[in-house]
Design a protein. Sequence first.
Length: 286
Amino acid sequence: MLPFRTILFPVDYSEPCRAMIPYVKDMRRHFPAELTLVHAYGPEALAYSKLPLADPGLPEEARAIQEQLLREFSAKEFPGEHCGAIVERGEPGTVIHEVVQRQGADLVMMPTHGRGPLRRLLLGSVTAKVLHDVSAVVWTGVHSAVTEHQPGVPYKSILCALDRGEEAETVLKAAAAFANCYRAQLTLLHVVETPPGSWEIDFTPYNREIVDAANQWLREMKGSLGLDVPHTVLDSTIPEGVRQEAIRRKADLAIVGRGQAQSTFSRIWSRLYPIVRESPCPVLSI
């Protein structure tokens, strides 16, 4: 997975898209990768043309207009850099998926478009489709709603949330390599969701056993890979646990697994959308 060789940056000219540019530039500096900009357009782009709607040359002119807009964006935002540019007509999520397969991109960087109160209720359909369908690593970011937490680049604090699944070691190795590249502090997190207490059954002793077992598992994981980094075990829901720990650690980036888990059931994978929606920092899903 590392180092990244090709970065795909979907461009829709929105404010969240432009806010990502410093992150894209920083990623490219740390991983000398090729950068490709991709823009998907729909029938509304035909309105830019001066040709009559019945003219057979209308689709070609609309495409040329979109290509020119993307070239101008590239020249303005990435001056002096060589960037690939791809313009395709179609639904953005499908276009991104097809370009990843065709170009072999190994990292997609895109915003979620989640804002304000809707952020906890909605994940942009394009982002959701990319997270579900694309095999490449996906970087997603939103404007933080936590005023006291301002993530930035280069990354100085990285939080890796691990699930007790078959991909845990792969995710941890990738997180360690990523943190080493940035010379950032790496922190591990495992969230256990223990049953709530009731007047009939006291789950406290069992909760303690589950947390103790998780701590032992993390110690063994770190020992097997020769890692000397702090870890935390939280009794919480996974999205809230990641959010709390990211704020406490002032994390600039959260890393979670999703690659192998796309074809099997995983607690992290099943909570991935809420994690991305509620995280106060960008999320790199592997």
